[in-house]
Design a protein around this ligand. Sequence first.
Ligand SMILES: *[C@@H]1O[C@H](CO)[C@@H](O)[C@H](O)[C@H]1NC(C)=O
Ligand SMILES: *[C@@H]1O[C@H](CO)[C@@H](O)[C@H](O)[C@H]1NC(C)=O
Ligand SMILES: *[C@@H]1O[C@H](CO)[C@@H](O)[C@H](O)[C@H]1NC(C)=O
Ligand SMILES: *[C@@H]1O[C@H](CO)[C@@H](O)[C@H](O)[C@H]1NC(C)=O
Ligand SMILES: *[C@@H]1O[C@H](CO)[C@@H](O)[C@H](O)[C@H]1NC(C)=O
Length: 422
Amino acid sequence: MRTDAYLTHLIFLLLVSVAVLHAHASQKAQLENVAVLHAHASQQAQLEKFILSRRARTSSSEASLHGWSGVSVRSSLQVRAGYLGSDQSALKAADKIPALPGQPKGVDFDQYGGYVTVDEKNGRALFYYFVEAPQDASSKPLLLWLNGGPGCSSLGFGGMLELGPFRVNNDNKTHNMHHNRTIINLQGILVGNPYLDRYKNQKGRFEYLHSHGLFSDEVLANVTSHCNFNSSDAEACLRTTDWFYYGPVDPYNIYAPICIDEPDGSYHSSSYLPGYNACDYYPTVTYLNNPLVQEAFHARKTEWGGCTDLGWKDAPDSMVPTLKWLIKHGLPIWLFSGDFDAICPLTATRYTIQDLNLSVTKPWRPWTANMEVGGYVQQYTGGFTFVSVRAAGHMVPSFQPERGLILLHYFLKGVLPPFTQE
Ligand SMILES: *[C@@H]1O[C@H](CO)[C@@H](O)[C@H](O)[C@H]1NC(C)=O
Ligand SMILES: *[C@@H]1O[C@H](CO)[C@@H](O)[C@H](O)[C@H]1NC(C)=O
Ligand SMILES: *[C@@H]1O[C@H](CO)[C@@H](O)[C@H](O)[C@H]1NC(C)=O
Ligand SMILES: *[C@@H]1O[C@H](CO)[C@@H](O)[C@H](O)[C@H]1NC(C)=O
Ligand SMILES: *[C@@H]1O[C@H](CO)[C@@H](O)[C@H](O)[C@H]1NC(C)=O
């Protein structure tokens, strides 16, 4: 069993991971290739496909705004207030997971898995995995963690590769992570390396790839002379690879090792980064496809894959109206950015923040973790906060677990991560 010294810093109280399990057979076919793709490649392909599948439209309408923002606020508040109420104790007992196959000894928290019906008529349900705090669980805040994609699994990525209590080893067993029992309160929405605006995201990506040495001045000049980053653009303006092939780099963390596939079917990480294994996705896929594991999770028998095609065609081009609505209604929103991510990079998030047209209340400053810079932070009117996490990729907890934990800790406290000088 692997013990990951670096990751033992990572400590979590409570995690809810929700994954959409495909209710219909038509989606199953799309999952079959997933096991042969790199972890990040499968997510990247998913986002690229999503961007290109969307109808060229002008900016999002008020109708889609109300549909979305209403749902997200209501459900997060309901979850906080009502989950695991007394009338649900029978359901709770049925969903309890005695142990996952390969689980290490000494696990001192309860875990649950099962389905939450969201549309009975159409047979739609969400799969969830819930890890309870070891003590006084009912008084602890609830953290609901959702991965993007769109259509990528919160269980497989968030739960197994980012911040869940276990990681899958190459021997098909899980190992334990360290637990921290600090009591904190959930107070708002925290979104990491978000895809916020169809056009601004591309603009920020080109700028990021150029400023980090992956694109030349000439390529950037070519892009900027052909693309306006609005709905007048040709499709090529939404594809970085049409302009320049930057080689085998993980765009989700341009400084991380990548997973190398050998012709004989074996695979290995291209280099070493403490606490991170570029090939961790493979054993996770194997583990989650083990029938005993699926049974232990109370999941339907399924061919599990990291991402599924939701066929989502009417997503808004921009989340700016939704963000404005949430800020106006007093919900604290923190956006964070792992600054090694080239997919939804810090530069893109900044463009969207500019579009929110907020006033700065606490200007950009470093925050520290272990006496060095963990990232930077700036706060705006309405408590809107932008935090960067230094040397983290798209999946911040996978790359910088300690910095990610500090960020989460201060978000839950509603206080900006501090700057501590020696
Ligand atoms: C893990 O499971 C896979 C698929 O069931 C199997 O091929 C492989 O040999 C197993 N590895 C170990 C070390 O047991
Ligand atoms: C796109 O941006 C260009 C340059 O700013 C502008 O001239 C054009 O009118 C815009 N097109 C649309 C559809 O917004
Ligand atoms: C600019 O990019 C386009 C599309 O990728 C390409 O066809 C063209 O050759 C490029 N032009 C220059 C001058 O690099
Ligand atoms: C941005 O905010 C300023 C000051 O509140 C206001 O004068 C301006 O019209 C706003 N601009 C946009 C595009 O909303
Ligand atoms: C748990 O994490 C918080 C935030 O990083 C830290 O302040 C606290 O000391 C940790 N507690 C333990 C027992 O490790």
